[in-house]
Design a protein around this ligand. Structure first.
Ligand SMILES: [Zn+2]
Ligand SMILES: [Zn+2]
Length: 331
């Protein structure tokens, strides 16, 4: 046990218990701060001088820095149910993230910053998935801009070591007729394609089902993004209606992963559909849909949900090594 792991594990267990996001964030912030510490024992007074570290997190750091399990963590562990442990094991086994945005579309940060943050979290890979042309409100990328983004990604990778790779990708709109909002040849050149519905979310079930079936069966598509489109915070948005049994069966058949979207306002699919997709034998991608570096941490909430539904690492493509991920892509 080291301070970073202890703090992140506490954050995970607090989240599992439904603690406030602010309380959870305090432990993540402290975990970021301990990166500046040299290895070896640190006393609480010194830990407390780190930015963003308070008395509780300073004690955790001090205890963990000696290799001990901090008492705060031991207390949470004693009360944790087996599924919480399974969720943590999945989160710890995470290798990547299939869905994140940069300032090329509606994200707030440069590509390099997103890649650095993913790498710092211990990911081996992450997929840059900026929006497609029709999503003008989110500055969707034209074919030309996506072509230049491929070069930008190559440049970022050339500056990184062999332990991490930023993959090319897109969050491609699923148009009303089920076709994809980007040039076919270009889609074929990308490492990972996430396909999502962003328009006409309140369609009748029949056309929405046909639309999703066409998309998930498209050989270019690897992941079905936030399948219901629901928003559960603020004024909210109801979930799209479609024949989930048919859509998840098609995903299982085509090997298209169903996304477990970790954004707090989405948490998509809802529990009943997640259970249905799990029963259908689907694969899943636990994705943050991060629009800023710190949002990449949201992934643990998705792994917690996966664990609750009994999903193991083999069904979660975001725990797969890079080679296996890319191999599954080429069929
Ligand atoms: Zn989206
Ligand atoms: Zn997105």
């Amino acid at each position: 046990m080291d301070p970073d792991e202890a703090l992140r594990r506490i954050a995970f267990l607090l989240e599992w218990r439904g603690a406030s996001p602010y309380r959870v964030r305090a432990f993540h912030t402290a975990a970021d701060a301990v990166r500046d510490l040299p290895p070896g024992p640190v006393d609480a007074a010194r830990a407390g001088r780190l930015r963003g570290v308070g008395p509780v997190t300073a004690d955790v750091i001090a205890q963990a820095s000696t290799g001990a399990v901090p008492s705060y963590l031991a207390h949470l562990e004693a009360e944790a149910d087996p599924a919480a442990r399974a969720g943590w094991d999945l989160a710890a086994a995470s290798t990547g993230d299939c869905h994140l945005h940069s300032d090329w579309s509606d994200g707030g940060s440069p590509v390099e910053d997103m890649a650095d943050a993913a790498r710092a979290l211990g990911h081996q890979w992450a997929v840059l998935t900026d929006h497609s042309p029709r999503l003008t409100i989110a500055h969707g990328l034209s074919a030309e801009r996506l072509e230049s983004q491929l070069e930008a990604v190559a440049a970022v990778n050339s500056g990184l070591g062999p332990d991490f790779r930023l993959l090319t990708g897109i969050e491609c709109d699923i148009l009303e007729d089920g076709s994809l909002d980007q040039d076919e040849g270009l889609l074929g050149r990308l490492d990972v394609v996430v396909a999502s519905v962003h328009s006409k979310l309140r369609s009748e079930p029949e056309p929405m089902t046909a639309r999703l079936l066409a998309a998930v069966s498209n050989p270019h598509v690897d992941v079905l993004g936030h399948c219901t489109g629901r928003i559960i915070t603020g004024r909210g948005r109801p979930q799209s209606r479609f024949d989930a049994e048919a859509v998840f069966a098609a995903c299982a058949e085509a090997g298209t992963a169903v996304e477990i979207n970790c954004r707090p306002e989405r948490r998509d699919p809802p529990d009943d559909l997640l259970a249905q997709a799990a029963a259908a034998g689907c694969r899943f991608a636990v994705d943050t849909d991060a629009h800023a570096p710190e949002q990449l941490r949201w992934q643990s909430t998705g792994y917690a949900r996966a664990a609750r539904f009994g999903l193991g690492a083999d069904r979660l493509i975001t725990t797969w090594p890079l080679g296996r991920l890319l191999k599954s892509r080429s069929g």
